[in-house]
Design a protein around this ligand. Sequence first.
Ligand SMILES: NC(=O)c1ccc[n+]([C@@H]2O[C@H](COP(=O)([O-])OP(=O)(O)OC[C@H]3O[C@@H](n4cnc5c(N)ncnc54)[C@H](O)[C@@H]3O)[C@@H](O)[C@H]2O)c1
Length: 277
Amino acid sequence: MSEILEPSGKTAVVTGAASGIGRELARQLVHAGAMLVITDINAEGLKAVADELEAKGTKVFAPVVDMGDFAAVDAFAEKVIKVAGDSLAFVFANAGIHGITPAIDPDLDMFDKVMKINLMGPVHMSKAFVPRLMARGGPAQLVITGSQASFLAAPGIAPYVAAKHGVWGFADSLRIELAMAQSEVGVSVVAPSRVDTSITRQRLDEYRAQGGEKAVEDYIASMVGPEAIAEVIIREAKKRVFWIIPSHEPTLEMFKARAQAIIDAMPAGAIPFPRPE
Ligand SMILES: NC(=O)c1ccc[n+]([C@@H]2O[C@H](COP(=O)([O-])OP(=O)(O)OC[C@H]3O[C@@H](n4cnc5c(N)ncnc54)[C@H](O)[C@@H]3O)[C@@H](O)[C@H]2O)c1
Protein backbone atom coordinates (compact mmCIF):
# COMPACT_ATOMS: atom_id res chain seq x y z
CA MET A 1 0.00 0.00 0.00
CA SER A 2 2.87 2.37 -0.67
CA GLU A 3 1.50 4.36 -3.59
CA ILE A 4 0.18 7.88 -2.94
CA LEU A 5 -3.52 8.31 -3.67
CA GLU A 6 -4.21 11.80 -5.03
CA PRO A 7 -7.68 13.34 -4.65
CA SER A 8 -7.40 15.39 -7.84
CA GLY A 9 -9.92 14.13 -10.41
CA LYS A 10 -11.20 11.52 -7.95
CA THR A 11 -14.39 11.29 -5.92
CA ALA A 12 -14.35 11.58 -2.13
CA VAL A 13 -17.21 10.78 0.24
CA VAL A 14 -17.35 12.73 3.51
CA THR A 15 -19.88 11.97 6.25
CA GLY A 16 -20.66 14.52 8.95
CA ALA A 17 -19.86 17.22 6.39
CA ALA A 18 -22.35 19.83 7.64
CA SER A 19 -19.92 21.18 10.22
CA GLY A 20 -16.56 20.98 11.97
CA ILE A 21 -13.87 18.61 10.69
CA GLY A 22 -16.10 17.09 7.98
CA ARG A 23 -16.97 20.47 6.48
CA GLU A 24 -13.30 21.41 6.43
CA LEU A 25 -12.35 18.08 4.82
CA ALA A 26 -14.95 18.75 2.12
CA ARG A 27 -13.64 22.28 1.50
CA GLN A 28 -10.01 21.18 1.25
CA LEU A 29 -10.79 18.15 -0.93
CA VAL A 30 -12.61 20.40 -3.39
CA HIS A 31 -9.63 22.74 -3.31
CA ALA A 32 -7.42 19.72 -4.11
CA GLY A 33 -9.51 19.02 -7.21
CA ALA A 34 -11.76 16.20 -5.95
CA MET A 35 -15.42 15.61 -6.82
CA LEU A 36 -17.47 15.50 -3.65
CA VAL A 37 -20.21 13.38 -2.14
CA ILE A 38 -21.11 14.87 1.23
CA THR A 39 -23.67 13.68 3.71
CA ASP A 40 -24.98 14.49 7.17
CA ILE A 41 -28.11 14.10 9.27
CA ASN A 42 -28.41 17.89 9.50
CA ALA A 43 -30.21 18.78 6.22
CA GLU A 44 -29.90 22.53 6.60
CA GLY A 45 -26.19 22.53 7.45
CA LEU A 46 -25.50 20.06 4.64
CA LYS A 47 -27.27 22.22 2.07
CA ALA A 48 -25.28 25.28 3.18
CA VAL A 49 -22.00 23.38 2.64
CA ALA A 50 -23.18 21.96 -0.71
CA ASP A 51 -24.17 25.47 -1.88
CA GLU A 52 -20.81 26.86 -0.78
CA LEU A 53 -18.88 24.15 -2.66
CA GLU A 54 -21.05 24.36 -5.77
CA ALA A 55 -20.45 28.13 -5.87
CA LYS A 56 -16.81 27.21 -6.43
CA GLY A 57 -17.84 25.36 -9.59
CA THR A 58 -17.82 21.83 -8.18
CA LYS A 59 -20.71 19.44 -8.67
CA VAL A 60 -21.69 18.06 -5.28
CA PHE A 61 -24.02 15.17 -4.43
CA ALA A 62 -25.36 15.85 -0.93
CA PRO A 63 -28.04 13.46 0.37
CA VAL A 64 -29.10 13.32 4.03
CA VAL A 65 -28.10 9.93 5.51
CA ASP A 66 -28.32 8.77 9.13
CA MET A 67 -25.14 6.85 9.93
CA GLY A 68 -27.05 4.84 12.55
CA ASP A 69 -29.37 3.35 9.91
CA PHE A 70 -27.60 0.58 7.96
CA ALA A 71 -30.32 0.29 5.28
CA ALA A 72 -29.93 3.99 4.48
CA VAL A 73 -26.12 3.80 4.46
CA ASP A 74 -26.22 0.72 2.22
CA ALA A 75 -28.59 2.37 -0.29
CA PHE A 76 -26.33 5.45 -0.26
CA ALA A 77 -23.20 3.34 -0.97
CA GLU A 78 -24.95 1.48 -3.81
CA LYS A 79 -25.82 4.76 -5.47
CA VAL A 80 -22.39 6.35 -4.93
CA ILE A 81 -20.51 3.35 -6.32
CA LYS A 82 -22.82 3.23 -9.34
CA VAL A 83 -22.41 6.93 -10.13
CA ALA A 84 -18.76 7.48 -9.11
CA GLY A 85 -17.47 4.12 -10.41
CA ASP A 86 -13.70 4.00 -10.79
CA SER A 87 -13.31 7.60 -9.62
CA LEU A 88 -14.22 6.82 -6.01
CA ALA A 89 -10.94 6.94 -4.08
CA PHE A 90 -11.66 8.19 -0.54
CA VAL A 91 -14.42 7.47 1.95
CA PHE A 92 -14.19 9.60 5.10
CA ALA A 93 -16.44 8.06 7.79
CA ASN A 94 -16.27 11.14 9.98
CA ALA A 95 -19.75 11.76 11.45
CA GLY A 96 -20.01 11.55 15.21
CA ILE A 97 -21.61 12.92 18.35
CA HIS A 98 -20.44 13.54 21.89
CA GLY A 99 -21.55 11.42 24.84
CA ILE A 100 -21.31 13.30 28.09
CA THR A 101 -22.38 11.07 30.97
CA PRO A 102 -20.41 9.51 33.82
CA ALA A 103 -19.12 5.93 33.80
CA ILE A 104 -20.29 5.49 37.41
CA ASP A 105 -23.98 5.84 36.52
CA PRO A 106 -24.29 6.29 32.76
CA ASP A 107 -27.41 7.39 30.91
CA LEU A 108 -28.12 4.15 29.01
CA ASP A 109 -30.17 5.77 26.24
CA MET A 110 -27.26 8.07 25.55
CA PHE A 111 -24.88 5.10 25.66
CA ASP A 112 -26.96 3.28 23.01
CA LYS A 113 -27.14 6.36 20.80
CA VAL A 114 -23.40 7.07 20.94
CA MET A 115 -22.54 3.42 20.18
CA LYS A 116 -25.01 3.45 17.27
CA ILE A 117 -23.52 6.54 15.65
CA ASN A 118 -19.85 6.60 16.70
CA LEU A 119 -19.12 2.86 16.52
CA MET A 120 -21.83 1.37 14.30
CA GLY A 121 -21.72 4.38 11.93
CA PRO A 122 -18.17 3.53 10.79
CA VAL A 123 -19.05 -0.20 10.80
CA HIS A 124 -22.07 0.57 8.58
CA MET A 125 -19.93 2.67 6.24
CA SER A 126 -17.30 -0.05 6.05
CA LYS A 127 -19.81 -2.85 5.40
CA ALA A 128 -21.56 -0.76 2.75
CA PHE A 129 -18.46 0.47 0.92
CA VAL A 130 -15.54 -1.95 1.41
CA PRO A 131 -16.97 -5.09 -0.25
CA ARG A 132 -18.24 -2.98 -3.16
CA LEU A 133 -14.86 -1.26 -3.55
CA MET A 134 -13.10 -4.64 -3.45
CA ALA A 135 -15.46 -6.01 -6.09
CA ARG A 136 -14.89 -2.92 -8.23
CA GLY A 137 -11.11 -3.27 -7.93
CA GLY A 138 -8.49 -0.54 -7.75
CA PRO A 139 -7.17 1.55 -4.87
CA ALA A 140 -9.36 3.31 -2.33
CA GLN A 141 -8.98 4.42 1.27
CA LEU A 142 -11.59 4.25 4.03
CA VAL A 143 -10.67 6.91 6.61
CA ILE A 144 -12.53 6.48 9.89
CA THR A 145 -12.55 9.28 12.45
CA GLY A 146 -11.75 7.84 15.83
CA SER A 147 -10.34 10.10 18.52
CA GLN A 148 -7.62 10.43 21.07
CA ALA A 149 -10.37 8.65 23.05
CA SER A 150 -9.66 5.60 20.84
CA PHE A 151 -6.59 4.91 22.97
CA LEU A 152 -6.89 7.11 26.07
CA ALA A 153 -9.77 7.28 28.54
CA ALA A 154 -11.19 10.46 30.08
CA PRO A 155 -13.74 11.11 32.83
CA GLY A 156 -17.31 12.15 32.10
CA ILE A 157 -17.57 10.83 28.53
CA ALA A 158 -17.75 7.05 29.03
CA PRO A 159 -19.88 6.11 25.97
CA TYR A 160 -17.71 8.29 23.73
CA VAL A 161 -14.53 6.61 24.99
CA ALA A 162 -16.08 3.14 24.70
CA ALA A 163 -17.29 3.75 21.14
CA LYS A 164 -14.01 5.29 19.98
CA HIS A 165 -11.99 2.42 21.51
CA GLY A 166 -14.31 0.14 19.52
CA VAL A 167 -13.51 2.08 16.36
CA TRP A 168 -9.82 1.26 16.76
CA GLY A 169 -10.60 -2.44 17.35
CA PHE A 170 -12.89 -2.64 14.33
CA ALA A 171 -10.57 -0.72 12.01
CA ASP A 172 -7.53 -2.74 13.04
CA SER A 173 -9.38 -6.01 12.38
CA LEU A 174 -10.37 -4.63 8.99
CA ARG A 175 -6.76 -3.61 8.31
CA ILE A 176 -5.52 -7.15 8.99
CA GLU A 177 -8.20 -8.77 6.82
CA LEU A 178 -7.57 -6.36 3.93
CA ALA A 179 -3.83 -7.07 4.13
CA MET A 180 -4.49 -10.83 4.17
CA ALA A 181 -6.69 -10.45 1.10
CA GLN A 182 -3.95 -8.33 -0.56
CA SER A 183 -6.67 -5.81 -1.23
CA GLU A 184 -6.03 -2.42 -2.80
CA VAL A 185 -8.56 -1.02 -0.34
CA GLY A 186 -6.92 0.43 2.78
CA VAL A 187 -8.13 1.77 6.10
CA SER A 188 -6.96 4.64 8.29
CA VAL A 189 -8.02 5.74 11.76
CA VAL A 190 -7.89 9.42 12.63
CA ALA A 191 -7.33 10.28 16.29
CA PRO A 192 -7.70 14.03 16.84
CA SER A 193 -8.08 15.84 20.12
CA ARG A 194 -9.44 19.23 21.18
CA VAL A 195 -10.58 20.54 17.83
CA ASP A 196 -12.74 23.66 18.02
CA THR A 197 -16.07 22.34 16.71
CA SER A 198 -19.65 22.06 17.94
CA ILE A 199 -18.78 18.74 19.66
CA THR A 200 -16.13 20.22 21.92
CA ARG A 201 -18.15 23.39 22.56
CA GLN A 202 -20.82 21.17 24.19
CA ARG A 203 -18.50 20.93 27.19
CA LEU A 204 -18.30 24.67 27.87
CA ASP A 205 -21.03 24.64 30.56
CA GLU A 206 -19.28 21.80 32.34
CA TYR A 207 -15.96 23.70 32.41
CA ARG A 208 -17.80 26.88 33.49
CA ALA A 209 -19.41 25.00 36.39
CA GLN A 210 -16.04 23.59 37.42
CA GLY A 211 -13.81 26.67 37.10
CA GLY A 212 -15.81 29.67 35.90
CA GLU A 213 -15.06 31.80 32.84
CA LYS A 214 -11.30 31.33 33.24
CA ALA A 215 -11.69 27.55 32.80
CA VAL A 216 -13.80 28.15 29.67
CA GLU A 217 -11.20 30.53 28.25
CA ASP A 218 -8.37 28.07 28.97
CA TYR A 219 -10.33 25.25 27.34
CA ILE A 220 -11.04 27.29 24.20
CA ALA A 221 -7.42 28.44 24.07
CA SER A 222 -6.26 24.79 24.22
CA MET A 223 -8.18 23.90 21.05
CA VAL A 224 -7.02 23.96 17.44
CA GLY A 225 -9.18 24.87 14.44
CA PRO A 226 -10.60 22.16 12.15
CA GLU A 227 -8.67 23.63 9.19
CA ALA A 228 -5.27 22.47 10.48
CA ILE A 229 -6.66 19.07 11.46
CA ALA A 230 -8.28 18.47 8.05
CA GLU A 231 -5.01 19.37 6.36
CA VAL A 232 -3.13 16.68 8.29
CA ILE A 233 -5.90 14.11 7.73
CA ILE A 234 -5.83 14.61 3.95
CA ARG A 235 -2.04 14.67 3.79
CA GLU A 236 -1.75 11.38 5.69
CA ALA A 237 -4.77 9.70 4.06
CA LYS A 238 -3.06 10.20 0.70
CA LYS A 239 -0.11 8.16 2.06
CA ARG A 240 -2.59 5.48 3.15
CA VAL A 241 -1.13 5.04 6.63
CA PHE A 242 -3.24 3.32 9.31
CA TRP A 243 -2.84 5.78 12.19
CA ILE A 244 -3.42 9.49 11.56
CA ILE A 245 -2.88 11.38 14.82
CA PRO A 246 -3.16 15.12 14.26
CA SER A 247 -2.82 15.81 17.97
CA HIS A 248 -1.37 18.95 19.43
CA GLU A 249 -1.54 17.65 22.96
CA PRO A 250 1.23 15.91 24.89
CA THR A 251 -0.51 12.55 24.70
CA LEU A 252 2.62 10.49 24.13
CA GLU A 253 3.55 10.15 27.81
CA MET A 254 -0.04 9.29 28.76
CA PHE A 255 -0.18 6.60 26.12
CA LYS A 256 3.23 5.21 27.09
CA ALA A 257 2.07 4.92 30.71
CA ARG A 258 -1.08 3.12 29.63
CA ALA A 259 0.76 0.72 27.33
CA GLN A 260 3.36 0.10 30.05
CA ALA A 261 0.65 -0.86 32.55
CA ILE A 262 -0.58 -3.53 30.11
CA ILE A 263 2.95 -4.73 29.38
CA ASP A 264 3.66 -4.97 33.10
CA ALA A 265 0.49 -6.98 33.72
CA MET A 266 1.06 -9.46 30.89
CA PRO A 267 2.95 -12.20 32.73
CA ALA A 268 0.98 -11.65 35.94
CA GLY A 269 -1.45 -14.48 35.32
CA ALA A 270 1.13 -16.86 33.87
CA ILE A 271 -0.30 -20.33 33.36
CA PRO A 272 1.63 -23.46 32.44
CA PHE A 273 1.87 -23.98 28.69
CA PRO A 274 1.60 -26.46 27.14
CA ARG A 275 -1.03 -27.97 29.40
CA PRO A 276 0.62 -30.53 31.69
CA GLU A 277 -0.42 -34.20 31.12
N1 LIG B 1 -13.74 18.06 17.93
C1 LIG B 1 -12.84 17.28 18.50
O1 LIG B 1 -12.04 17.71 19.36
C2 LIG B 1 -12.77 15.84 18.12
C3 LIG B 1 -11.76 15.06 18.72
C4 LIG B 1 -11.68 13.73 18.38
C5 LIG B 1 -12.55 13.19 17.48
N2 LIG B 1 -13.52 13.95 16.91
C6 LIG B 1 -14.42 13.31 15.96
O2 LIG B 1 -14.46 14.05 14.77
C7 LIG B 1 -15.67 13.75 14.07
C8 LIG B 1 -16.29 15.05 13.57
O3 LIG B 1 -16.71 15.79 14.71
P1 LIG B 1 -16.55 17.38 14.83
O4 LIG B 1 -15.64 17.64 15.95
O5 LIG B 1 -16.28 17.94 13.50
O6 LIG B 1 -18.00 17.76 15.36
P2 LIG B 1 -19.26 18.45 14.62
O7 LIG B 1 -20.39 18.32 15.58
O8 LIG B 1 -18.89 19.80 14.15
O9 LIG B 1 -19.51 17.53 13.34
C9 LIG B 1 -20.12 16.26 13.43
C10 LIG B 1 -21.11 16.12 12.30
O10 LIG B 1 -21.67 14.79 12.33
C11 LIG B 1 -23.05 14.91 12.04
N3 LIG B 1 -23.82 13.75 12.55
C12 LIG B 1 -24.14 13.51 13.84
N4 LIG B 1 -24.90 12.39 13.92
C13 LIG B 1 -25.04 11.91 12.65
C14 LIG B 1 -25.70 10.80 12.09
N5 LIG B 1 -26.42 9.95 12.84
N6 LIG B 1 -25.62 10.62 10.74
C15 LIG B 1 -24.95 11.48 9.97
N7 LIG B 1 -24.31 12.58 10.45
C16 LIG B 1 -24.35 12.79 11.77
C17 LIG B 1 -23.47 16.21 12.73
O11 LIG B 1 -24.72 16.69 12.23
C18 LIG B 1 -22.30 17.10 12.43
O12 LIG B 1 -22.46 17.83 11.24
C19 LIG B 1 -16.52 12.96 15.06
O13 LIG B 1 -16.45 11.58 14.76
C20 LIG B 1 -15.86 13.24 16.38
O14 LIG B 1 -16.11 12.24 17.34
C21 LIG B 1 -13.65 15.28 17.20
